[in-house]
Design a binder for this molecule. Structure first.
Ligand SMILES: [Zn+2]
Length: 88
């Protein structure tokens, strides 16, 4: 049984090059990212301090889908990367 899956992300607002992570598959559905993984992806996709591009905007995702990935991001507790989707 596979417990991880490879996800490749590129593009986005800053047109980032590809980054590949091995996400844990959640037995209850979806995937799980560690805070370190989420941070790594966040820094790769947007290294601009204070940028409010919204991170997920225009990402090219291989091996996962947008909903699954953004849920994993939320659960990884990296709120500082998600400020544009917060209620304000
Ligand atoms: Zn940005």
């Amino acid at each position: 049984m596979t417990t991880t899956k490879k996800i490749t992300i590129s593009g986005g607002f800053h047109n980032a090059s590809e980054i590949t992570i091995r996400a844990k598959i959640d037995p209850h559905g979806g995937i799980v990212l560690s805070p370190a993984q989420a941070k790594r992806v966040g820094n790769h996709m947007c290294g601009v301090k204070g940028c409010i591009c919204g991170m997920h905007h225009g990402w090219e995702i291989e091996g996962s889908d947008r909903g699954e990935l953004s849920e994993a991001f939320n659960e990884a507790d990296v709120k500082s990367f998600l400020n544009s989707s917060a209620n304000r």
